[in-house]
Design a protein around this ligand. Structure first.
Ligand code: BGC
Length: 803
């Protein structure tokens, strides 16, 4: 399509209108040139859609650290294809993902949402993700460009980092995905060397669009565009959300007065139209006859080719539930195993821990989606053996949403019902958009109604988490009528970590209780903002009694499985971690259970490293990350050996926070200098001489391997490995370039073999491995040692490569 001809038909005002969101998630349609509304949505583990609400469920895949732990490009591409399918089902054109920032430090609050500490692994996994999504005709916005590797003061912090470090470390994943054909990029909130990223013309125009030849669109992180002229000249094409913002009429005036050239506006519009063409939102002339929702092909001409995949039409729908389960098992990382796993001849299992009944299947913040089912470890294991459950200790700060089908009524000023909406639990959330049929102008309150029948008698805890006025009734009687205020000034806290008010209500088992919560519905500007939760907890006999019960149950069963993990207060968007401890008394619980049963398996349900002071006292440690909606089903598959734990650590796992080489996330005078230079992750650990709990690349399977031979020919390195165990297995063969003192990942491949079978893999070492940035890429010629091994500290074979 001749995009310049279309641009020529638009007046300045219309062109500028296209550069700011029409609302929270979309760009405005321009029917006169055949441009549809362009809809964007988070990402990265599912597709939330325009409603931030359980009313619009999405498949929830394992979190990005888990995806990277598979080290499997094909599996990641398959995840991308599923996400494209979800996006198309929901009318979403652009997925706001993947997150390509690095695990610079385990304190980073969004660590779970990033792939790895290693730029090359991040780059390869990121490119596979982008290609998978885009093969389905849906755009991506690799984010957050660049150096958004921690959360403290994220809107304003200035990251001070040299060009060499940027080029060799933090930019590499972005460079890779741009080469892979990404259709979008999201600029970060933070500044880099004094300039906020939405205004960073050197990095956005000079490097991204210029040197790398990126032809896609650049969208701001939400609210990150804060200036008219500087951002207008800075290379960010789209300011989200809208419709208000610093562009609009002010940018129009800047163009008319010659402060921003019209060509800069035209270039932005061209990029948006190109995106629209790619995702099928730009129609040549007459719109085609309406197809049923979810069936319209988004892919424009050239879309599939660019993403390196077959055309989308005619492809069988992907079974998201099955894929979520497969990826989870392939990501689970077995850190230690004294032979207890896979479980054999197990009749009874003690399942222990809060996360066993309410697994944390995803991290908090914008990465949240609402799956229509979650399989807890308790449910998953319950299918395979006789289970005895004990909570032990409860590290959760807020009560879990009441697990009871709930009706949400949207009320007008007279108490009339504008609409009714079913919810699976007591969690009510509509951010950006109200459910269909609700007129925001007339809405004055939202009421939740549910009938709850307790299984156990006693003092039940109810809670409301949210901000504003709340009235809670039980069987018509008011038990709370109060206003909860927002602590601190960050409005995102209202939904990321809202304050909670609790009530104690005596209940009789088997009796039905009518519960209501009424809350005046609010808007933020013109955007819907309804976010509160009715929480619940059964009567508690007290922590000591619960601990004792867990120990008793563990002692009486063949095997104990303790599920221990982090909480939303520890790992989420908007803040960093202050320590790496498992919250609450979970360490104590693990030790007590392990003392009672030598066959104790600890399942670690965390998106990023936690200290495990008991690691050597338990029979096995299995890391499940944030495992996505099929958590429990995949756990049963892996514990019982139907599937091998396929994961390898994409990040080095420290023993203690004190040992971690890079921890600085606290700005001084508004800045965080990346003083460690290129030395993050395992490169920093190697240099420090300290030994972590588990090295980058570590992970056990259920079989054993011999590394037999290695041959190099040019940049191609071929390795033969043999499965020396007695069951089929999968191995991640890792290649490191080493100078004796330091190893760096240079290639990897996943191989599968039957018992006794030898398999051969060849990887091509990327040129970049042998290059350094010195005002340009310079290949450092010489003889390099290339090692093949099982993790960065476990080389098995080596060969010399001359460059
Ligand atoms: C996050 C982005 C996200 C955006 C939209 C921001 O706060 O940093 O990752 O895509 O919100 O939800």
């Amino acid at each position: 399509m001749d995009l310049d001809e279309l641009i020529g038909r638009l007046d300045l005002c219309t062109k500028i209108r296209l550069l700011t969101g029409a609302d929270m998630w979309s760009l405005p349609p321009i029917p006169e040139i055949g441009l549809d509304r362009l809809v964007m949505s988070d990402g990265p583990i599912g597709v939330r859609g325009e409603q931030w609400s359980a009313g619009d469920p999405s498949i929830a895949l394992p979190s990005p650290t888990a995806l990277a732990a598979t080290w499997d490009r094909d599996l990641v591409t398959a995840a991308g294809r599923l996400l494209a399918q979800e996006a198309r089902r929901k009318g979403v054109h652009v997925l706001l993902a993947p997150t390509l920032n690095l695990h610079r430090t385990p304190l980073g609050g969004r660590h779970f949402e990033c792939f790895s500490e290693d730029p090359y692994l991040t780059a390869e996994v990121g490119a596979a993700y982008v290609m998978g999504v885009q093969a389905g005709g849906v755009g991506t916005t690799p984010k957050h460009f660049v150096a958004n590797d921690f959360e403290t003061d994220r809107f304003t912090v200035d990251v001070r980092v040299s060009e060499k470090v940027l080029r060799e470390v933090y930019l590499q994943p972005f460079e890779w995905v741009v080469r892979a054909g990404a259709w979008g990029v999201m600029t970060a909130y933070n500044s880099v060397n004094g300039t906020t990223m939405t205004e960073h013309s050197d990095l956005v125009i000079g490097l991204l669009k210029g040197e790398w030849g990126f032809d896609g669109f650049v969208v701001s992180d939400w609210t990150a565009v804060r200036s008219t002229e500087a951002a207008g000249l800075g290379g960010t094409d789209v300011a989200m959300p809208g419709p208000h913002g610093p562009w609009g009429e002010r940018l129009e005036a800047a163009v008319r007065e010659g402060r921003v050239p019209e060509a800069a506006v035209d270039d932005r519009v061209r990029r948006i139209l190109r995106l629209a063409e790619r995702v099928g939102a730009l129609r040549a002339s007459e719109p085609p006859a309406a197809a049923p929702p979810g069936t319209q092909p988004h892919a424009g001409p050239g879309a599939a080719e660019q993403a390196g995949a077959e055309p989308i039409d005619g492809i069988e729908p992907i079974d998201g539930v099955a894929l979520a389960r497969e990826i989870a098992a392939r990501a689970f990382t077995l850190l230690t195993n004294d032979g207890v796993l896979p479980l054999r001849e197990v009749r009874t299992i003690a399942v222990i821990g809060a996360a066993a009944s309410e697994a944390r299947v995803m991290g908090g913040g914008s990465a949240q989606v609402f799956p229509d089912r979650v399989v807890s470890p308790l449910e998953g294991l319950g299918e395979r053996a006789e289970i005895r459950y004990a909570l032990g200790t409860d590290p959760r700060v807020r009560l879990a949403p009441l697990a009871s089908p709930t009706r949400a009524l949207f009320l007008d000023a007279d108490g009339g019902v504008l609409a009714e909406h079913p919810l699976a639990t007591g969690e009510a959330r509509w951010i950006g958009q109200l459910p269909p049929g609700v007129d925001g102008e007339r809405l004055t309150a939202v009421r939740l109604l549910t009938t709850y029948t307790p299984r156990v008698p006693g003092e039940h805890q109810l809670s409301v988490a949210g901000v504003g006025a709340f009235t809670v009734t039980v069987n018509g009687e008011t038990v709370l009528d109060d206003t909860i205020t927002l602590p601190g000034g960050d409005p995102a806290t209202a939904f990321l970590s809202p304050p909670e008010r609790r009530m104690t209500v005596p209940m009789t088992a088997g009796e039905a209780y009518e519960l209501t919560v009424t809350h005046p519905a609010g808007t933020l500007g013109t955007m819907a903002f309804v976010s509160f939760t009715l929480g619940h907890a059964d009567p508690s006999p007290g922590e000591e009694a619960r601990m004792a019960e867990a120990v008793r149950v563990a002692a009486e069963c063949d095997v104990a499985v303790v599920v221990a993990g982090t909480t939303p207060e520890v790992e989420s968007e908007g803040f960093d971690r202050t320590d790496l401890r498992l919250p609450g008394r979970q360490d104590e619980l693990v030790r007590a259970v392990a003392a009672a049963n030598p066959r104790t398996v600890v399942v670690v349900n965390a998106g990023s490293p936690v200290e495990m002071p008991w690691a050597e006292e338990v029979a096995a440690v299995l890391l499940t990350w944030f495992p996505g909606q099929e958590a429990g089903a995949a756990l049963a598959d892996v514990l019982f050996g139907d599937a091998e734990p396929g994961g390898r650590l994409p990040t080095t796992w420290p023993r203690r926070l004190e040992d971690v080489p890079v921890v600085n996330v606290t700005p001084v005078d508004g800045a965080v200098p990346y003083e460690e230079g290129v030395f993050i992750g395992y490169r920093a650990w190697q240099r420090s001489g300290r030994t972590p709990a588990f090295w980058f690349g570590h992970g056990l399977g259920y079989t054993t391997w011999s590394y037999d031979s290695i041959v190099a020919e040019g940049s191609a390195v071929t390795v033969a490995v043999t499965n020396t165990g007695d069951r089929p297995g999968r191995e991640v063969v890792q290649f490191y370039v080493s100078d004796g003192a330091e190893r760096r990942l240079a290639g990897f491949d996943v191989v599968e073999a039957e018992p006794g079978q030898t398999v051969v893999t060849t990887v091509f070492l990327p040129e970049r491995v042998f290059q350094a940035w010195e005002d340009g890429w310079r290949t450092v010629e010489g003889a390099y040692t290339v090692e093949a091994g099982r993790n960065v500290a476990d080389p098995r074979l080596s060969v010399t490569v001359k460059i």
